[in-house]
Design a binder for this molecule. Structure first.
Ligand code: PLP
Length: 402
């Protein structure tokens, strides 16, 4: 008897933990040390969880052994609601859903919305979970281009041209993974205007909303469009460096009376998984109410700021490589000039780099970027490690031909 994967998975693609990882594992098993620059996992690079979060979780642990309300414990939902109220949003605890990371909530939110063949506008490049869950839900991911020449801002004309009568929602990832772009208010307003004109739900992935450099300001889509149904996603993985806790939230804003039926579906999906991991829910109140140490890391002189600077400088020093300066998040998305580095298969490029240099990055096409001319690197390692790794990538590229 052979068990085969469901045909529903045949179109689903998720490369960040894709096939190259098997090769990386095999190298490690053979005794090599592999520099894993593929997943945005701060803990791997010596970032510690803030002490107040750990203390609070430990203190709450004896009370966290039961299932909670499907939407999450009240104290945590209240803390989330307050955070968005401070941004001027009309949010109460019933508008907040807690999940096992943003990933689970993205999956539930999309699953609850789509009929087969419904379309979702998703950026290219994207955080590929959005495309994968849309496809898995029977929908069609329609990618709108972000323009590298314009600091990777979404191309609104391209987006407008791709709206059809099947389009149900638009995804905004701001600050962006993988490009590091932080969108100006006008750009977000342009997207919201399209959503308004075409009756689209807005899915705002704002997990990096506090990881900002150079004075960049984050404009939350929900705050700019109180008249639209906006689902805002955020969580503890990045800002509070506790990705392994799997703790995130989704906040529903706007004219909820137009989404009553949808929200019933979402609530049903939330109850089907009973609840999110309870100890991690208890981390939320401590995180949101405590010292926001992320700002020390992203300010000039802070570790993340310094690493972002070093990665950007060193990438741009490689002949035939250019990189837009990331203004937020934890990544850089450099371009390989096809005239200098004619790469036809960027997955093979990434594999060859891994095998030769023992450095694992992710190919641009893994982020649904249409050409094999980019890759994504993390800015999480210490600056000197990043400099050394980028130096090795540069030397590798110098002698690489496909
Ligand atoms: N959204 C974006 C843009 C991300 O980059 C990530 C993780 O890298 C996630 C969502 C998932 O985060 P979580 O750990 O909360 O599931």
């Amino acid at each position: 008897m052979e068990f085969r994967q469901s045909s529903k998975l045949s179109e689903v693609c998720y490369e960040i933990r894709g096939p190259v990882i098997e090769h990386a594992n095999a190298l490690e098993e053979a005794g090599h040390s592999v520099l894993r620059l593929n997943t945005g996992n701060p803990a791997l690079f010596g970032f510690e969880a803030p002490e107040e979060i750990l203390q609070d979780m430990i203190r709450m642990l004896p009370q966290a052994h039961g299932y909670t309300d499907s939407r999450g414990v009240l104290s945590a939902r209240r803390a989330v609601a307050q955070r968005y109220q401070e941004r001027g949003l009309d949010v109460d605890v019933d508008d907040v859903f807690l999940g096992n990371g943003v990933s689970e909530l993205v999956s539930m939110a999309v699953q609850a919305l789509l009929e087969d063949g419904d379309e979702v506008l998703i950026p290219a490049p994207d955080f590929p979970l959005w495309t994968a869950v849309t496809t898995l839900a029977g929908g069609k991911a329609v990618h709108y281009l972000c323009d590298e020449q314009a600091d990777w801002y979404p191309d609104l004309d391209d987006m407008a041209a791709k709206i059809t009568d099947r389009t149900r929602a638009v995804v905004i990832i701001n600050p962006n993974n993988p490009t590091g772009a932080v969108y100006p208010k006008e750009v977000i307003e342009g997207i919201l205007d399209l959503a308004r004109r075409h009756g689209l739900m807005v899915l705002a992935d704002e997990i990096y909303d506090q990881i900002l450099y150079d004075g960049a300001v984050h404009h939350s889509a929900a705050a700019l469009a109180p008249d639209l149904v906006v689902l805002t996603f955020c969580g503890l993985s990045k800002t509070y460096r506790v990705a392994g806790f799997r703790s995130g939230w989704l906040v529903v804003t706007g004219p909820k009376q137009h989404a009553r039926n949808y929200l019933e579906g979402l609530t049903m999906l939330a109850s089907m998984r009973l609840c999110a991991n309870a100890p991690a829910q208890y981390a939320i109140q401590a995180a949101l109410g405590g010292r926001q140490s992320i700002h020390e890391l992203t300010a000039p002189g802070g570790r993340l700021h310094e690493q972002r600077d070093r990665a950007w400088e060193k990438l741009n020093e490689i002949p035939g490589v250019s990189c837009v300066k990331p203004k937020g998040a934890l990544y850089a998305f450099p371009r390989l000039d096809p005239k200098v580095h004619p790469i036809h298969d960027d997955e093979k490029f990434v594999l060859d780099l891994l095998l030769r240099e023992k450095i694992q990055v992710v190919q641009g096409t893994g982020f649904n970027w249409p050409a094999p001319d980019h890759f994504r690197i993390l800015t999480l390692p210490h600056a000197d490690d990043l400099e050394a790794a980028i130096g090795r990538i540069g030397r590798f590229l110098g002698g690489y031909r496909q």
